[in-house]
Design a protein around this ligand. Sequence first.
Ligand code: DAK
Length: 258
Amino acid sequence: MSYNNILLEVHDQILTVTINRPKQLNALNTETISELSLVIKEAQENADVKVIVLTGSGDKAFVAGADIKEFAGFTIDQGKALSAEGHNKLFNAVEECSKPIIAAVNGFALGGGLELAMSCHMRVASTNAKMGLPEVSLGVIPGYGGTQRLPQLVGKGKANELIFTAQMIGADEALSLGLVNYSVAPEELMDKCFEIAKKIKNNSSSAISCAIKAVNAQFKEGEDGFEEEIKQFGNCFATDDFKEGTSAFMERRKADFK
Ligand code: DAK
């Protein structure tokens, strides 16, 4: 399937998803949100994909936010409806994706762009990245999970500061706050993401998908993370990967997960 705003490339079981609206600094319009949501759904069904790397086209931006030109005229009800739709369609779908998603933050990641990066399972930023939630400078609040995921990653006090001041921070500060996993030179960004992806893809995909559910459960209202861990731990025992992993250990060989 081809997309108007997304480029896809699979190499060595790693799918690179590039948001491709460089003239608009890859701002998320509704079409791009719908396309990304489809890409995530299809990637989960594609047995050739084990890990996903998400980035932005060009050397200036990951995603410079939701498309301001599109939401400028919304009413209260439209704002609420679109926020709920975006949460379900894309941001929660990214967070709950059964395959790990690494955000390669290659420039501006603002507003909805940082919210998208924060939905991913981990983030690597290049040293030219600028991250922030500038929504209050536009008279709105973060509407795609930013008020929830930023405190989860950096703590409530720092999240409040970043949201209330609308300030942007660089990759090194983001690293010191725990907002990103690594800060690397721009030319090393994709290699660093692929290095992590390669380490992940040698492990059991079914166990990783169970781990994603267990880790996410801690942050979901009405769910008990420990209970989910127990449930997912039990589920692992029914998988071929568990049989292969334990057999390989006992036979002193490297596991070959299908
Ligand atoms: N939306 C649309 N176009 C954008 C954009 C954005 N977020 N960011 C940049 N562009 C466009 C610019 O308009 C410009 O287009 P042309 O004028 O050339 O046609 C082009 O990209 C290049 O941008 P600049 O000329 O401004 O480039 P600079 O290097 O000078 O500045 C910048 C880069 C990133 C500092 C600047 O572009 C900027 O401040 N951009 C806006 C950043 C921002 O405030 N982002 C939005 C955050 S608020 C919602 C849920 C969530 C949200 C909204 C609604 N609902 C449920 C309804 C989330 C809101 C946000 O994300």
